[in-house]
Design a binder for this molecule. Sequence first.
Ligand code: PLP
Ligand code: COI
Length: 342
Amino acid sequence: MEKKDIDWGNLGFGYIKTDYRYVSNFKDGKWDDGEITTDDKVVLNECAGVLQYAQTVFEGLKAYTTEDGRIVTFRPDLNAERINQSAARLEIPTLPEGKFIDAVEKTVKANAAYVPPYGSGATLYVRPYIFGSNPVIGVKPADEYQFRVLVTPVGPYFKGGAKPIVIKVSDFDRAAPHGTGDIKAGLNYAMSLHAIVTAHAEGFAENMYLDSATRTKVEETGGANFLFVTKDGKVVTPKSKSILPSITRRSLIYVAKEYLGLEAEEREITLEEVADMAECGLCGTAAVISPVGKINDHGKEICFPSGMEEMGPVTKKLYDTLTGIQMGRIEAPEGWVHEIKI
Ligand code: PLP
Ligand code: COI
């Protein structure tokens, strides 16, 4: 199959329209079979639930070309599980067993010409989402929904790729203790937009959000979980009920322990102890592992010993092992790499 003529090596993290997308509708209490379409337009009633009350959830995963030329996705079963957890929290009908992976497979397969070649540094970002589509004016869930999957080829999430970034401690909160921080709902991102625009205007790449109850503990950024390495080489990541349970973070904890023989632990991490860490990174599907060189806490700089030039050594090992597994260079744990037969 001939690939599209795209400058894969210079892609940023942006939307490029591809040829096909998947659409399925929920009506009269059930999901239809769904189909691939070329139509990238969504026509909605002016009063659709998603437009009035932001009733929408989404997922993010990537399709890769492996070293031996297969097209694969990484742990899509966990995205399938998480979209249903997100949906249930927003009173959106969940997807029946198998529907999520079937939709992802169909969309990636139809757009195989957009899956970046092995070694190009780019990947095909897959964005499944569900939204309330019929008119709703009183505050209540919609009765009709649309589940769509779009794909777009992407490069690194942060400009500069693997170069360490500088972030700031945000004065805004991302999630409340018993709120929606642990699901992937559009509303969590809408309320982070002012904070990210503010951070960018001040020259920072992202925000570190603290727990909104005490503002002493590290939560996550707008689009990734944190990962730290202590001075004695232990991998630690924040444990909180109001952060998204990142599939990348869960995978990295396993990789740290089982592949690299490191100690790894999920626990509460205070902002105060961050200054004692040796390395810091942001982990997620889009971010992969993006190293953090510095954190600005209201003018006070926390500078990690790994510096502003390169990833820290443990972060690099984690990055190389995880991407090695994803691209088929390193043997994956059972079920992690899901091939899409073209
Ligand atoms: N946290 C937030 C707020 C995110 O948007 C994402 C991205 O999906 C993550 C964490 C990382 O999650 P995952 O590794 O499952 O992509
Ligand atoms: C992802 O990593 O898939 C996300 O959804 C993060 C988003 C900020 C692009």
